[in-house]
Design a protein around this ligand. Structure first.
Ligand SMILES: [Zn+2]
Length: 389
């Protein structure tokens, strides 16, 4: 047992004193990109290019095109050397070479930051948005955990103002990597390093020590906290949104119909194509490609009822449209029930006609009132739910 050279308090003080307006190192942008990519992959991340100055993937890129290929990194380096390209890290779904699972805890609030400092000590990365805006106080903790935790999703720790990137092992989310420049605030993401440790390596290449993050073991408080968060998510998924024994006052037949006819039947009939299972805790949700000339395969997520990721209580589940085209076909709504989907896509927005046309039994008056129509939910418009700060 040796005495640590550096105390937690010292590292926290260093993290909080970082000047995010200065570049974190001096290597030319292109080489930085290549070196960062290679080391990131070995440390449990795939890599994607971000537009210069933005957090958004470059055209044609997303978490789903993130690469571990050296050749790809070489090509990107050529592009990156001309501009201030950014880098996104997608935690890899398979175990790291060290046998553990890579995740990133992303604190979006001051409270989240303080909670994680107490739990894990100094952050791994200070974000470019740290000083202002919606993500003030932001920081990232790069952790490895011994194994995936069933039920854990990106939003499991929302109540703490913390996202868990890589929670599901599905490679469906990314963080903006250290070194990336953000135009809006003219500031950089910084790796938190100590001068004494810095001397041990190439000054221009902090990524060499990327693997160094924080290793969470099964006896650490952080492990128990993550498992608590996962248990809460599993419980929320299992719990019906309506109290037990509740019978809808009207439209029972409609609710039954929406529960009986799966999304895959409805979407299949309209020419949608199944893309892949969605990374939701229940395992039954699916991603689909719309039939109206989709440019990317993830047009919409068909959620099962009670799925906590759906953000909706629609009987029979919700269709969440990622594609603007799909959204327009669904009456402009981002998240729709089956009857709302059918009314807009097949019946020009006429709920009464939808109900008659689909042969859904009629308890009372048809039309909006008789349908016990539930207003669709509006969620923030985005092309991809995976974008991170
Ligand atoms: Zn779902």
């Amino acid at each position: 047992m040796t005495t640590p050279i550096i105390t937690d308090a010292e590292m926290i003080a260093i993290a909080e004193s970082i000047d995010i307006t200065t570049p974190p190192w001096s290597t030319a942008a292109g080489d930085r990109f290549r070196i960062a990519s290679a080391h990131a992959y070995a440390s449990g991340f795939k890599v994607l290019p971000l537009w210069p100055g933005l957090k958004r993937p470059a055209d044609g890129h997303s978490v789903y095109t993130a690469s571990g290929s050296e050749v790809q990194h070489y090509l990107w380096r050529d592009a990156a050397s001309k501009n201030e390209w950014g880098i996104g890290y997608v935690p890899r779904g398979e175990r790291t070479p060290g046998g553990s699972v890579r995740m990133v805890l992303d604190a979006d609030t001051r409270a989240g930051y303080e909670f994680l400092v107490d739990l894990l000590g100094a952050p791994t990365v200070i974000t470019a948005g740290r000083d202002k805006g919606a993500h003030a106080g932001g920081a990232h903790w790069y952790i490895t955990v011994p194994e995936l935790i069933p039920g854990l999703v990106k939003g499991s720790a929302n109540e703490y103002g913390i996202d868990i990137i890589g929670a599901t092992g599905k490679e469906d989310s990314y963080v903006v990597a250290p070194g990336t420049w953000i135009a809006e605030t003219n500031s950089y993401y910084h790796l938190v390093t100590h001068p004494d440790r810095h001397r041990l390596r190439d000054d221009d290449d902090p990524y060499r020590f990327m693997g160094y993050g924080i290793s969470v073991t099964k006896t650490d408080p952080a492990w128990f906290w993550l498992n608590d968060m996962a248990a809460k998510t599993r419980a929320a998924f299992a719990k019906p949104i309506r109290p037990e024994g509740y019978v809808p006052r009207d439209a029972t037949a409609l609710h039954d119909w929406q529960r009986d006819v799966p999304w895959r039947v409805i979407l299949g009939e309209d020419g949608w194509r199944f893309y892949r299972p969605a990374p939701c805790p229940g395992g039954g949700c699916e991603e689909w490609t719309h039939p109206w000339g989709a440019s990317t395969p993830k047009s919409a997520t068909a959620h099962e009822e009670h799925c906590p990721e759906s953000g909706s209580g629609f009987p029979g589940g919700a269709l969440h449209c990622w594609s603007e085209n799909a959204r327009n076909q669904c009456g402009g709504y981002q998240s729709v029930s089956k009857i709302t989907y059918l009314a807009h896509v097949r019946y020009g927005g006429d709920f009464r006609a939808a109900r008659a046309g689909e042969g859904i039994p009629d308890e009372e008056d048809w039309g909006l009132k008789g349908c016990s129509w539930e207003p669709p939910t509006f969620l923030p418009t985005t092309d991809d739910n995976s974008q991170e700060d």
